[in-house]
Design a protein around this ligand. Structure first.
Ligand code: SAH
Ligand code: AVI
Length: 319
Protein backbone atom coordinates (compact mmCIF):
# COMPACT_ATOMS: atom_id res chain seq x y z
CA UNK A 1 0.00 0.00 0.00
CA UNK A 2 1.31 3.43 -0.81
CA UNK A 3 0.02 6.95 -0.53
CA UNK A 4 1.81 10.27 -0.69
CA UNK A 5 0.47 13.46 0.88
CA UNK A 6 1.85 16.74 -0.41
CA UNK A 7 1.85 19.67 2.02
CA UNK A 8 4.17 21.84 -0.02
CA UNK A 9 1.93 23.37 -2.62
CA UNK A 10 3.91 25.18 -5.24
CA UNK A 11 2.54 28.62 -4.24
CA UNK A 12 3.56 28.13 -0.60
CA UNK A 13 7.03 26.86 -1.42
CA UNK A 14 7.57 29.64 -3.97
CA UNK A 15 6.59 32.16 -1.28
CA UNK A 16 8.94 30.50 1.23
CA UNK A 17 11.76 30.60 -1.31
CA UNK A 18 11.10 34.27 -2.11
CA UNK A 19 10.96 35.36 1.54
CA UNK A 20 14.01 33.39 2.51
CA UNK A 21 16.09 34.54 -0.45
CA UNK A 22 15.25 38.20 0.14
CA UNK A 23 16.15 37.90 3.82
CA UNK A 24 19.31 35.87 3.19
CA UNK A 25 20.72 37.91 0.33
CA UNK A 26 20.08 41.27 1.95
CA UNK A 27 21.66 40.28 5.28
CA UNK A 28 25.32 40.59 6.18
CA UNK A 29 26.97 38.15 5.76
CA UNK A 30 24.74 36.81 2.98
CA UNK A 31 23.21 33.37 3.60
CA UNK A 32 20.90 30.82 1.98
CA UNK A 33 19.15 27.82 3.57
CA UNK A 34 20.60 24.41 2.62
CA UNK A 35 17.03 23.32 1.90
CA UNK A 36 17.35 24.94 -1.55
CA UNK A 37 20.11 22.52 -2.58
CA UNK A 38 17.65 19.70 -3.07
CA UNK A 39 16.07 20.18 -6.47
CA UNK A 40 16.32 17.12 -8.74
CA UNK A 41 19.88 17.87 -9.80
CA UNK A 42 20.83 18.64 -6.20
CA UNK A 43 19.42 15.28 -5.01
CA UNK A 44 21.42 13.50 -7.72
CA UNK A 45 24.57 15.37 -6.72
CA UNK A 46 24.02 14.51 -3.04
CA UNK A 47 23.71 10.88 -4.09
CA UNK A 48 27.09 11.20 -5.85
CA UNK A 49 28.57 12.82 -2.73
CA UNK A 50 27.61 9.76 -0.68
CA UNK A 51 29.86 7.65 -2.93
CA UNK A 52 32.93 9.90 -2.72
CA UNK A 53 36.00 8.49 -0.97
CA UNK A 54 36.27 11.69 1.13
CA UNK A 55 32.62 11.72 2.26
CA UNK A 56 32.86 9.21 5.12
CA UNK A 57 29.62 10.16 7.02
CA UNK A 58 27.29 8.19 4.74
CA UNK A 59 29.35 4.99 4.85
CA UNK A 60 30.03 5.30 8.57
CA UNK A 61 26.34 5.64 9.39
CA UNK A 62 25.46 2.77 7.06
CA UNK A 63 28.05 0.62 8.81
CA UNK A 64 26.48 1.38 12.22
CA UNK A 65 23.09 0.38 10.85
CA UNK A 66 24.49 -2.78 9.27
CA UNK A 67 25.85 -3.86 12.64
CA UNK A 68 23.20 -2.49 14.99
CA UNK A 69 19.84 -2.13 13.23
CA UNK A 70 18.61 -5.20 15.14
CA UNK A 71 19.71 -3.74 18.50
CA UNK A 72 18.05 -0.42 17.66
CA UNK A 73 14.78 -2.06 16.66
CA UNK A 74 14.92 -4.32 19.71
CA UNK A 75 15.30 -1.30 22.00
CA UNK A 76 12.63 0.80 20.27
CA UNK A 77 10.10 -1.90 19.27
CA UNK A 78 8.54 0.31 16.59
CA UNK A 79 5.73 -0.67 14.25
CA UNK A 80 6.09 2.61 12.33
CA UNK A 81 9.30 4.16 11.04
CA UNK A 82 9.01 7.89 10.36
CA UNK A 83 12.05 9.27 8.55
CA UNK A 84 12.72 12.99 8.23
CA UNK A 85 14.81 14.01 5.21
CA UNK A 86 14.51 10.47 3.89
CA UNK A 87 15.95 11.18 0.41
CA UNK A 88 16.45 7.90 -1.45
CA UNK A 89 15.72 5.90 1.76
CA UNK A 90 18.84 3.83 1.12
CA UNK A 91 19.90 3.41 4.75
CA UNK A 92 16.27 3.10 5.87
CA UNK A 93 16.17 -0.36 4.29
CA UNK A 94 18.55 -1.60 6.99
CA UNK A 95 16.06 -0.52 9.67
CA UNK A 96 13.07 -1.88 7.73
CA UNK A 97 14.86 -5.23 7.35
CA UNK A 98 15.16 -5.43 11.14
CA UNK A 99 11.50 -4.53 11.78
CA UNK A 100 8.70 -7.09 12.06
CA UNK A 101 6.27 -6.93 9.15
CA UNK A 102 3.63 -5.72 8.50
CA UNK A 103 4.88 -2.25 9.39
CA UNK A 104 4.37 1.36 8.33
CA UNK A 105 7.00 3.62 6.79
CA UNK A 106 6.55 7.38 6.67
CA UNK A 107 9.25 8.98 4.50
CA UNK A 108 9.16 12.78 4.88
CA UNK A 109 11.09 15.00 2.49
CA UNK A 110 10.89 18.29 0.65
CA UNK A 111 12.15 16.64 -2.57
CA UNK A 112 8.96 15.21 -4.07
CA UNK A 113 10.38 13.32 -7.07
CA UNK A 114 13.09 11.65 -4.98
CA UNK A 115 10.55 10.66 -2.32
CA UNK A 116 8.13 9.23 -4.91
CA UNK A 117 10.87 7.19 -6.59
CA UNK A 118 11.97 5.80 -3.23
CA UNK A 119 8.38 4.96 -2.23
CA UNK A 120 7.68 3.11 -5.49
CA UNK A 121 10.88 1.06 -5.16
CA UNK A 122 10.07 0.20 -1.54
CA UNK A 123 6.52 -1.02 -2.33
CA UNK A 124 8.10 -3.57 -4.65
CA UNK A 125 10.81 -4.62 -2.20
CA UNK A 126 8.55 -4.75 0.89
CA UNK A 127 5.09 -6.07 -0.06
CA UNK A 128 3.93 -5.96 3.58
CA UNK A 129 4.99 -2.36 4.13
CA UNK A 130 2.35 0.37 4.30
CA UNK A 131 4.01 3.49 2.91
CA UNK A 132 2.61 6.87 3.82
CA UNK A 133 4.89 9.51 2.31
CA UNK A 134 4.82 13.16 3.30
CA UNK A 135 6.16 15.88 1.03
CA UNK A 136 6.82 18.84 3.30
CA UNK A 137 9.30 21.11 5.03
CA UNK A 138 10.29 19.87 8.47
CA UNK A 139 10.53 23.51 9.49
CA UNK A 140 6.71 23.79 9.22
CA UNK A 141 5.05 20.48 8.53
CA UNK A 142 6.04 18.18 11.40
CA UNK A 143 2.44 18.46 12.66
CA UNK A 144 1.38 16.32 9.68
CA UNK A 145 3.31 13.25 10.86
CA UNK A 146 0.66 10.55 11.41
CA UNK A 147 -0.01 9.86 15.10
CA UNK A 148 -0.95 6.18 15.03
CA UNK A 149 1.28 3.27 15.99
CA UNK A 150 4.40 2.96 18.09
CA UNK A 151 6.72 5.22 16.16
CA UNK A 152 10.45 5.50 15.79
CA UNK A 153 11.22 8.90 14.27
CA UNK A 154 14.59 8.85 12.49
CA UNK A 155 16.66 11.83 11.41
CA UNK A 156 19.75 10.38 9.75
CA UNK A 157 22.69 11.68 7.72
CA UNK A 158 23.58 14.37 10.32
CA UNK A 159 20.89 16.50 8.68
CA UNK A 160 20.24 18.04 12.13
CA UNK A 161 23.73 19.54 11.82
CA UNK A 162 22.45 21.86 9.11
CA UNK A 163 20.71 23.79 11.92
CA UNK A 164 22.45 26.01 14.45
CA UNK A 165 21.98 25.22 18.18
CA UNK A 166 18.86 27.41 18.50
CA UNK A 167 17.34 25.87 15.37
CA UNK A 168 18.10 22.38 16.66
CA UNK A 169 16.52 23.10 20.04
CA UNK A 170 13.40 24.38 18.30
CA UNK A 171 13.12 21.37 16.00
CA UNK A 172 13.68 18.91 18.85
CA UNK A 173 11.07 20.68 20.99
CA UNK A 174 8.53 20.50 18.18
CA UNK A 175 9.27 16.81 17.65
CA UNK A 176 9.05 16.10 21.38
CA UNK A 177 5.70 17.88 21.60
CA UNK A 178 4.30 15.49 18.98
CA UNK A 179 5.65 12.31 20.61
CA UNK A 180 3.79 10.10 23.04
CA UNK A 181 4.87 7.36 25.44
CA UNK A 182 6.50 4.47 23.53
CA UNK A 183 7.68 6.67 20.66
CA UNK A 184 11.44 6.96 20.13
CA UNK A 185 13.78 9.27 18.25
CA UNK A 186 16.80 7.95 16.31
CA UNK A 187 19.34 10.66 15.53
CA UNK A 188 22.41 10.37 13.29
CA UNK A 189 25.21 12.86 13.94
CA UNK A 190 28.69 13.30 12.53
CA UNK A 191 31.39 13.53 15.22
CA UNK A 192 34.10 16.16 15.70
CA UNK A 193 37.40 14.95 14.27
CA UNK A 194 40.60 15.99 12.58
CA UNK A 195 40.08 19.24 10.64
CA UNK A 196 41.74 17.92 7.43
CA UNK A 197 39.31 15.00 7.14
CA UNK A 198 36.34 17.23 7.87
CA UNK A 199 37.30 19.79 5.24
CA UNK A 200 38.12 17.12 2.63
CA UNK A 201 34.64 15.61 3.12
CA UNK A 202 33.15 18.97 2.03
CA UNK A 203 35.76 19.86 -0.60
CA UNK A 204 36.41 16.64 -2.50
CA UNK A 205 39.12 16.32 -5.12
CA UNK A 206 36.69 15.51 -7.95
CA UNK A 207 34.62 18.66 -7.38
CA UNK A 208 31.24 17.01 -6.79
CA UNK A 209 30.58 18.99 -3.61
CA UNK A 210 31.58 22.17 -5.46
CA UNK A 211 28.98 21.33 -8.14
CA UNK A 212 26.38 20.57 -5.42
CA UNK A 213 27.08 23.95 -3.81
CA UNK A 214 27.01 25.95 -7.10
CA UNK A 215 23.79 24.19 -8.13
CA UNK A 216 21.90 26.28 -5.56
CA UNK A 217 22.56 29.30 -7.80
CA UNK A 218 21.18 27.44 -10.83
CA UNK A 219 18.12 26.60 -8.69
CA UNK A 220 17.59 30.31 -7.96
CA UNK A 221 18.11 31.16 -11.64
CA UNK A 222 15.37 28.66 -12.58
CA UNK A 223 12.89 29.38 -9.81
CA UNK A 224 13.24 33.14 -9.47
CA UNK A 225 14.45 34.22 -12.91
CA UNK A 226 17.79 35.29 -11.52
CA UNK A 227 20.96 35.72 -13.56
CA UNK A 228 23.67 34.33 -11.28
CA UNK A 229 26.78 33.58 -13.36
CA UNK A 230 27.90 30.25 -11.88
CA UNK A 231 31.43 30.86 -13.18
CA UNK A 232 31.55 34.04 -11.09
CA UNK A 233 31.72 32.08 -7.80
CA UNK A 234 33.94 29.41 -6.32
CA UNK A 235 33.18 26.76 -3.73
CA UNK A 236 34.89 26.92 -0.33
CA UNK A 237 34.56 24.72 2.78
CA UNK A 238 35.98 25.84 6.13
CA UNK A 239 35.84 24.34 9.60
CA UNK A 240 34.83 26.84 12.28
CA UNK A 241 36.68 25.56 15.38
CA UNK A 242 34.70 27.70 17.78
CA UNK A 243 31.26 26.60 16.62
CA UNK A 244 32.46 23.12 15.62
CA UNK A 245 30.80 23.30 12.25
CA UNK A 246 31.74 23.18 8.60
CA UNK A 247 30.61 26.19 6.60
CA UNK A 248 30.15 25.95 2.86
CA UNK A 249 30.52 29.22 1.01
CA UNK A 250 30.24 30.47 -2.53
CA UNK A 251 32.91 33.14 -2.88
CA UNK A 252 32.51 35.90 -5.49
CA UNK A 253 35.45 35.86 -7.90
CA UNK A 254 34.89 39.50 -8.92
CA UNK A 255 32.69 42.46 -8.11
CA UNK A 256 29.29 41.70 -9.60
CA UNK A 257 25.61 42.50 -9.51
CA UNK A 258 22.92 39.85 -9.77
CA UNK A 259 19.40 40.58 -10.96
CA UNK A 260 16.57 38.53 -9.42
CA UNK A 261 13.57 39.40 -11.56
CA UNK A 262 10.86 37.68 -9.51
CA UNK A 263 11.96 39.58 -6.41
CA UNK A 264 12.60 42.83 -8.26
CA UNK A 265 15.93 42.77 -6.46
CA UNK A 266 19.52 43.56 -7.46
CA UNK A 267 22.17 42.07 -5.20
CA UNK A 268 25.78 43.19 -5.35
CA UNK A 269 28.77 41.05 -4.41
CA UNK A 270 32.25 42.44 -3.80
CA UNK A 271 35.20 40.39 -4.99
CA UNK A 272 36.02 37.86 -2.25
CA UNK A 273 32.62 38.22 -0.56
CA UNK A 274 31.21 34.92 0.73
CA UNK A 275 27.63 33.69 0.49
CA UNK A 276 27.12 31.03 3.20
CA UNK A 277 25.02 28.17 1.84
CA UNK A 278 25.31 25.58 4.61
CA UNK A 279 26.52 24.87 8.09
CA UNK A 280 27.15 21.25 9.00
CA UNK A 281 27.69 20.95 12.72
CA UNK A 282 29.89 18.24 14.23
CA UNK A 283 29.01 16.74 17.60
CA UNK A 284 30.32 14.86 20.64
CA UNK A 285 28.35 11.96 22.17
CA UNK A 286 27.86 13.91 25.43
CA UNK A 287 26.76 16.99 23.54
CA UNK A 288 24.06 14.99 21.75
CA UNK A 289 22.88 13.51 25.08
CA UNK A 290 22.62 17.01 26.56
CA UNK A 291 20.71 18.49 23.60
CA UNK A 292 18.23 15.61 23.65
CA UNK A 293 17.84 15.73 27.44
CA UNK A 294 17.15 19.46 27.27
CA UNK A 295 14.41 18.73 24.74
CA UNK A 296 12.77 16.16 27.04
CA UNK A 297 14.19 13.12 25.27
CA UNK A 298 16.32 10.97 27.59
CA UNK A 299 18.90 8.88 25.73
CA UNK A 300 18.41 5.11 25.76
CA UNK A 301 21.56 4.06 23.90
CA UNK A 302 24.30 5.23 21.51
CA UNK A 303 26.26 3.39 18.81
CA UNK A 304 29.33 4.37 16.74
CA UNK A 305 31.11 2.80 13.79
CA UNK A 306 34.45 0.99 14.13
CA UNK A 307 36.46 4.15 13.49
CA UNK A 308 34.36 6.28 15.83
CA UNK A 309 33.50 8.72 13.04
CA UNK A 310 29.71 8.84 13.33
CA UNK A 311 27.10 8.38 16.05
CA UNK A 312 23.57 7.02 16.22
CA UNK A 313 21.58 7.94 19.33
CA UNK A 314 18.24 6.46 20.38
CA UNK A 315 16.15 8.54 22.76
CA UNK A 316 12.78 8.07 24.41
CA UNK A 317 10.36 10.60 25.87
CA UNK A 318 10.43 11.79 29.48
CA UNK A 319 7.47 11.02 31.67
N1 SAH B 1 18.71 10.90 5.06
C1 SAH B 1 19.47 10.78 3.81
C2 SAH B 1 19.46 12.06 3.00
C3 SAH B 1 20.21 13.22 3.61
S1 SAH B 1 20.30 14.61 2.50
C4 SAH B 1 20.87 10.35 4.16
O1 SAH B 1 21.18 10.23 5.33
O2 SAH B 1 21.65 10.14 3.24
C5 SAH B 1 19.13 15.68 3.29
C6 SAH B 1 17.70 15.34 2.90
O3 SAH B 1 16.84 16.18 3.65
C7 SAH B 1 17.41 15.59 1.42
O4 SAH B 1 16.69 14.51 0.88
C8 SAH B 1 16.59 16.88 1.43
O5 SAH B 1 15.67 16.95 0.37
C9 SAH B 1 15.92 16.81 2.78
N2 SAH B 1 15.62 18.12 3.36
C10 SAH B 1 16.47 19.16 3.50
N3 SAH B 1 15.85 20.19 4.11
C11 SAH B 1 14.56 19.79 4.35
C12 SAH B 1 13.44 20.38 4.97
N4 SAH B 1 13.50 21.62 5.45
N5 SAH B 1 12.30 19.66 5.05
C13 SAH B 1 12.24 18.39 4.58
N6 SAH B 1 13.27 17.76 4.00
C14 SAH B 1 14.42 18.45 3.88
C1 AVI C 1 22.64 15.83 4.40
N1 AVI C 1 23.57 16.79 4.96
C2 AVI C 1 23.53 16.72 6.38
C3 AVI C 1 24.89 16.75 4.32
C4 AVI C 1 25.99 17.27 5.26
O1 AVI C 1 26.97 16.55 5.42
O2 AVI C 1 25.84 18.35 5.83
C5 AVI C 1 24.82 17.54 3.06
C6 AVI C 1 26.13 17.78 2.42
N2 AVI C 1 26.65 18.97 2.20
C7 AVI C 1 27.81 18.84 1.64
N3 AVI C 1 28.08 17.57 1.51
C8 AVI C 1 27.04 16.89 1.98
Amino acid sequence: MMRIEVFLDSAASAAALRNEVVAGLTSSPKTLSPMWFYDERGCDLYDEITKLPEYYPFRAERSILTHHAKDIVMAAQPDTLVELGSGTSEKSRLLLDAMAMPATYVPFDVAEATLRDAAVALTQEYPELDIHGIVGDFGHDLVHIPQHGRRMIALLGSTIGNLDPAGRAEMLATLRAGMTSGDTFLLGTDLVKDRARLVAAYDDASGVTAAFNCNVLAHLNNELHADFDLAGFRHRAVFDEENKWIEMHLVALRDQSVRIDDLDLDVTFAEGEALRTEISAKFTPDGVVAELRNAGMPVLDQWTDEDGDFLLTLAGVDA
